[in-house]
Every structure is written in C-alpha cells, then in structure tokens.
Design a protein around this ligand. Structure first.
Ligand code: SF4
Ligand code: SF4
Length: 349
C-alpha cells in the first residue's frame, strides 16, 4: 500500500562461538560461520528484497540488522560488517553478553551510529552468574558501563524463567543507576541446551503476574521496557480492539523479521530452529514470497487449538518458538498449536 512504512528486522548470527556457556542457550550444535565475503553477499541478497518491496509495493522500508552470535564481539570483522549495513543507511544493533566490550569498542560503535547494544543480564550477580558462569555479571556490567560512557544506547535483556522472574526490580534499579535507558525480556524457550530447563518455564498465571509487575515498574521507573513478547503486548490491550485476518503485530516470525544463522541457514526465528533455506543459495525475496512455513505463520487458518480462534490473533499469535519447543518435548514438530504459557485467550467474534 503506498505510504506504508514497513519495519523489518534481520537477526543475523555472525558466529556460534561464545566465551560463555549459559544454561539456557538455544544453540546446541555448532555450525561453521560464513566468511566475510559470503556474509556481505548474504546482506546484498536481502538488500535486493528490500529494494524490490519498496518499488513493487511503494512502501517505505525501515529495516534494521540485529547482529548477534554466539558472541558477536568474537568476530574480528564485526566492524566491517556493521560499516557495510550502515553505508546503506540501515539501522544496526547488537545483542551480546557484554563481557568483551571495551571503551575502544564503545567509541567505534558510537562512530558507526549503532542504534543499540542489548546486553544479556539474567539477574543481579548471584542469579546471573548461576546461569552464565562466575564472573560473567561483573564483566557484563563493565561492558555496559563502557557503552554508556561511550554514548552508545544500551539495554539489558533478561531471558525470563522461574530462575530470575524475581530479579526485574533489581535490574531496573541497576539500569537507572548506571544510565542504561531500556530493559527488555524474552521468555525462555526450552530448546537446545535450554531444554533441560523446561521445568523452569513460568506458568500462564506466573507470566501474567510478571507482566503486571513490569507495568507497575513502568509507571514509576525512568527506563523504558521494550519487549517484543506478543503476550506482553496483549497484557496491556484494552477491550474493543479491532480484529483482523492478517497480522498487524505480534510474533515477528514470517511477518516482520527473519533470522540468518551463522552458516547462512534461514529461519523464521532463531528460537524456532527450523531451517527453510540458506542465504548462500536462494533468493531471499523469492523465499519470503513462497515459503510454505512463512505462509503458515501468516495465515490464521493454519493455526489450531487456540490462537486461530482468538480475538488477539492479528496482534499476537503467541510465541511460535515456545509452542514448537512444547510440541518437540512431546515428540512432535508442531509450531502452529497453542502457546502453552498464554493466559489471555479470548474467543473471536
Ligand atoms: S490464544 Fe494465541 S493469539 Fe490469543 S492471546 Fe493467547 S497466544 Fe495470543
Ligand atoms: S517465535 Fe517467539 S521469539 Fe520468535 S519472533 Fe515469535 S514471539 Fe519472538
């Protein structure tokens, strides 16, 4: 539609190497990373799709590349890759464990105009180190302070489970004290090494209580909460919202974003761990238009036993990765069933 602005993000895993071994990591099999030239060709492949969408649909694209890993700061061509996407005017952000970020890194990130560095903190020191290893908290905090001192927008991300749902208020206080502008969270997806933590996932009632706490903190804290968790969005909706038969918001998978794995594998979302092609040998534009998996994610009738009949489908659809992980735990491969943590189902009219 002419004049439409299309926010689209590419989550790009530049490496699977990591200097930490977190209990909830969703990466279980290491794959070799693409070299610099292949990475640039992959970015160009996606650029072609952006250009075609803008021309064909007269849309204004506002794409963002979110680079992560593994640990992206282990990639020694990181700044060349960031420079390449910035050259085309795309927003670039990073997701990192924070432990390797020096003052010099912060200066380079600032000079490239990196829009945000999200650092994982799963709680204050005892809880964070219990999940990510001794000393990880202190080093991550050092990295965060370097970012703030260097003028790079920084945020804290919590991977939410029963292990740390009580840590939020402490993290918010830490952010306020340190000058970190945003706090976010994403729900634990019990896959990869994190599969062993499936018993630590919050129940629907516990999740609703957590969202309630976020909203109470939001009212008085100076930081902003930026979670893309669709159920968090639903938790703040008023009744009477319009229903639609096409996605307007909610889960990004198949709609507003794509993941590129370190080896070029293309996934609807990294946490779904379903490879639908490889950026080295498909046209991204064609894959986006034709992939049956992506179409299923966009189509209400593909869903079953919950979201398909829910008033919030267009703005939610639950977390497809949580749904898939739940199905896999029962021996299935179903990514279109109910989100087992959902407390908000409301029958569609
Ligand atoms: S049933 Fe699905 S669409 Fe409805 S609120 Fe729950 S997760 Fe969201
Ligand atoms: S599957 Fe879950 S983690 Fe992935 S984009 Fe959707 S809501 Fe986010």
């Amino acid at each position: 539609m002419p004049g439409t602005v299309y926010d689209f993000f590419v989550q790009w895993h530049l490496t699977e190497k990591c200097n930490l071994h977190c209990r909830h990591c969703y990466q279980d099999i290491a794959v070799p990373a693409m070299a610099f030239e292949e990475t640039i060709r992959g970015i160009d492949n996606i650029r072609e799709a952006f250009a075609a969408w803008e021309k064909d649909y007269q849309m204004e694209m506002t794409p963002a590349f979110h680079f992560t890993g593994g640990e992206p700061f282990l990639r020694n061509d990181l700044y060349d890759i960031l420079g390449y996407v910035r050259k085309y005017g795309y927003a670039a952000a990073l997701m990192s464990n924070g432990t390797l970020i020096t003052p010099a890194d912060a200066r380079r990130l600032a000079s490239l105009g990196v829009s945000e560095v999200q650092v994982s903190l799963d709680g204050l020191e005892a809880v964070h180190d219990g999940i990510r290893g001794e000393g990880a908290f202190r080093r991550a905090l050092e990295g965060l302070k370097n970012l703030v001192a260097g003028g790079v927008p920084a945020s804290i991300n919590l991977t939410l489970s029963r292990l740390n749902s009580g840590e939020l208020a402490g993290l918010v206080r830490l952010a306020e004290k340190t000058g970190i502008g945003a706090v976010t969270f994403s729900r634990l997806v019990a896959c990869g090494s994190g599969g062993a933590l499936s018993g630590e996932m919050l129940t629907p009632a516990e999740l609703a209580a957590f969202y309630g706490e976020v909203r109470r903190l939001q009212d008085k804290a100076s930081v902003v909460f930026t979670s893309r968790d669709p159920l968090f969005t639903v938790s703040g909706l008023e009744d009477g919202m319009p229903e639609a038969e096409f996605p307007l918001g909610g889960c990004s998978a198949g709609v507003f974003g794509i993941t590129i794995a370190a080896d070029g594998g293309i996934m609807p979302c990294r946490r779904m761990d379903m490879t639908i092609g490889n950026i080295r040998d498909v046209s991204f534009r064609e894959l986006w238009a034709e992939s049956p998996v992506l179409w299923a994610l966009r189509t209400r009738e593909s869903y079953h036993d919950g979201c398909d009949a829910c008033a919030y489908w267009a703005v939610c659809r639950g977390c497809r990765a949580v749904a898939l992980a739940g199905s896999r735990a029962r021996g299935g491969q179903d990514y279109l069933g109910p989100d087992p943590q959902c407390p908000y189902y409301r029958a569609a009219r």
